[in-house]
Design a protein. Structure first.
Length: 263
């Protein structure tokens, strides 16, 4: 079985130094570490679990990004992925979800044969959850999103899809594309031997010419999304905690709301 895992290098949005430039309206990246997108780590772990059960399985990492993403790719290899294809070209810079999905489509068609594509539900820097569905549409593949459990049986994927109030079971024929949520699994750690092996492996690097994508279909120029303004919301003042009996607090609350003409 051949599995492709789409992975992305992202800023660690939980880092205390992550701030917004009030003048330029962009994130200040200096001093903020980059990590493997958490949902993509769950997708990779799902692929590695399948590989553990079927040793003939191969897991290929596909990522698009700047040269600094190589460390993240090595991390994926150290976790157990077999090889990696790196879409790295200045022409890919500034891509929105639309242009990203187009570029990944060309990359996957360059890879060729596959049985399953796994990806994270969304990237923590954008939270759009659009790239996976767009990519499935472009490749003409069945799509299952929000996977919290995946089984491969008799040429099909049996997936539990997480819902707000439960889950549903969906079957999809292979090949298909599945996006993962964090409830799917707990990603494994890199092993010492895996780290050593990861730096012995050669990463396949492709630019726009290698995958055959026209310049007008990738990067900023091919991105219809335009960010008009980004800003950090102003902090609100601290709230007031009422005390007393339920009746007294209710009267006070109604009085305050009346004073503000909210009732």
């Amino acid at each position: 079985m051949k599995i492709i895992v789409c992975a992305k290098r992202v800023l660690d949005t939980t880092h205390t130094n992550l701030k917004m430039d009030p003048v330029r309206g962009t994130l200040i990246k200096e001093g903020v570490p980059s990590i493997l997108n958490p949902d993509d780590a769950n997708a990779l772990e799902a692929a590695l679990v399948i590989k553990d059960r079927d040793p003939d399985t191969t897991v290929t990492i596909l990522t698009m990004g700047a040269p600094a993403a190589e460390y993240m790719i090595r991390e994926c290899l150290a976790m157990g992925a077999d090889d990696a294809c790196f879409l790295c070209d200045d022409a890919f810079g500034g891509a929105d979800t639309y242009a990203t999905s187009v570029t990944l489509e060309y990359g996957i068609r360059k890879i060729g044969d596959f049985d399953l594509i796994l990806a994270g539900r969304q990237a923590i820097v954008g939270d759009t959850a659009q790239v996976g569905p767009q990519l499935a549409m472009r490749l003409g593949l069945p799509l299952v999103t929000y996977a919290r459990d995946i089984r491969i049986e008799n040429g099909k994927a049996i997936v539990e899809r997480q819902l707000e109030d439960g889950y549903e079971v969906v079957e999809a024929p292979l090949p298909c594309l599945i996006t993962a949520v964090k409830e799917l699994n707990t990603p494994r750690y890199m092993s010492a031997g895996g780290i050593a092996d990861a730096y012995e492996k050669e990463i396949t690097v492709w630019d726009h010419k290698d995958i055959g994508i026209p310049l007008d279909k990738c990067g900023l120029d091919a991105s219809p999304t335009r960010v008009v303004k980004s800003f950090s919301p102003e902090l609100k003042g601290s709230g007031e905690k009422l005390s007393g009996t339920p009746v007294a607090m209710s009267k006070t609350l109604v009085s305050r709301l009346n004073d503000k003409h909210l009732l």
